[in-house]
Design a protein around this ligand. Structure first.
Ligand code: GTP
Ligand code: MG
Length: 150
């Protein structure tokens, strides 16, 4: 099944949204397979956001992401990458629908609370970058037979 990398950004941690964001993924039916609080290095964040390195906002983005610890998670389940993005909402919170995480808890693009992988291939690279090859847990979630059709 599909896995996605979801990260609660420093503003999400500081604003006490960790439990709320985890709860949304749990309640949706996704399975948590990796979780940690981390204070990543500048180099690590530059690698994570390397596709954006030429953007004018890149230095500000890295500074933002270094402003406090982040919560790193891997969630597994049906169409996890696309569904995770839908649960986060649009990049710019003012354009995010109410009911999404950004649409409920954020106002500006430079303080948008959470990250989610944008494609299956990106997710694989991000999971490897943040958790390595060994960091993912394998187990059966007891509720899965009440989430997925037989
Ligand atoms: P992530 O899930 O964090 O990757 O966001 P995204 O995929 O919705 O957007 P994208 O990858 O294009 O940008 C990564 C992050 O850079 C965004 O989530 C914002 O935090 C930040 N960002 C993007 N565009 C801008 C911008 O125009 N100004 C500022 N200050 N930050 C931006
Ligand atoms: Mg992105």
């Amino acid at each position: 099944t599909e896995q996605t990398y979801i990260m609660i950004k420093p503003d999400g941690v500081q604003r006490g949204l960790v439990g709320e964001i985890i709860a949304r993924f749990e309640k949706r039916g996704f399975k948590l397979v990796a979780l940690k609080l981390a204070t990543p290095s500048k180099e690590h964040l530059e690698e994570h956001y390397k596709d954006l390195s030429s953007k004018p906002f890149f230095p500000r983005l890295i500074e933002y992401m270094m402003s406090g610890p982040v919560v790193c998670m891997v969630w597994e389940g049906l169409d996890a990458v696309k569904t995770g993005r839908a649960m986060l909402g649009a990049t710019n919170p003012l354009a995010s629908n109410p009911g999404t995480i950004r649409g409920d808890y954020a106002l500006q693009v430079g303080m948008n609370v959470c990250h989610g992988s944008d494609a299956v291939e990106t997710a694989k690279a991000e999971i490897e970058l943040w958790f390595g090859k060994e960091g993912i847990n394998q187990y059966k979630l007891a509720s899965s037979s009440w989430v997925y059709e037989a």
